[in-house]
Design a protein around this ligand. Structure first.
Ligand code: PRT
Length: 113
């Protein structure tokens, strides 16, 4: 049997928490009740912590950065779940971009306006 990826399992739990109307206290259910504004506020907070950890020296700093990125990815996953999107949707978008330089893609964009 192929084991589900951590992200697939996490998205499943997030969907369950979103659907739950009762049960044990849940951080995800609490965030879902606050909607995009509450989830978004946590994303902004966690993004700032990633930036801060990015410059922290040494092995402790590197370990801290991993934890902060995990917090950021987790809260982004909650936002996806809030809109009934799957982690696979993000993977598909990254796959679509694969092999195209960001600089080339940007230069090929239609002018705005
Ligand atoms: N991966 C996570 C995860 N990562 C971080 N967090 C929580 O995110 C919250 C915010 O983290 P912070 O350190 O920023 O918290 P804080 O700033 O000290 O406090 P607040 O500002 O949030 O009050 C904390 O409560 C963390 O415990 C998570 N909470 C849940 N999960 C996953 O979600 C599943 C469902 O969780 P529940 O909905 O709580 O059952 C869990 O089994 C886990 O797999």
């Amino acid at each position: 049997m192929v084991e589900a990826s951590v992200m697939t399992s996490l998205m499943k739990v997030i969907a369950e928490r979103k659907a739950q109307t009762e049960g044990p206290p849940s951080y995800v259910a609490k965030l879902m009740k606050g909607g995009a504004a509450a989830i978004g506020a946590k994303i902004v907070e966690e993004a700032a912590e990633v930036v801060e950890a990015g410059d922290e020296p040494g092995e402790a700093g590197r370990e801290h950065l991993v934890k902060e990125v995990a917090d950021l990815v987790f809260h982004a996953a909650v936002m996806l779940g809030y809109r009934d999107l799957a982690w696979g949707d993000v993977e598909a978008e990254l796959q679509r971009r694969s092999g195209t330089s960001g600089l080339v893609e940007k230069a090929a964009r239609k002018p705005k306006g």
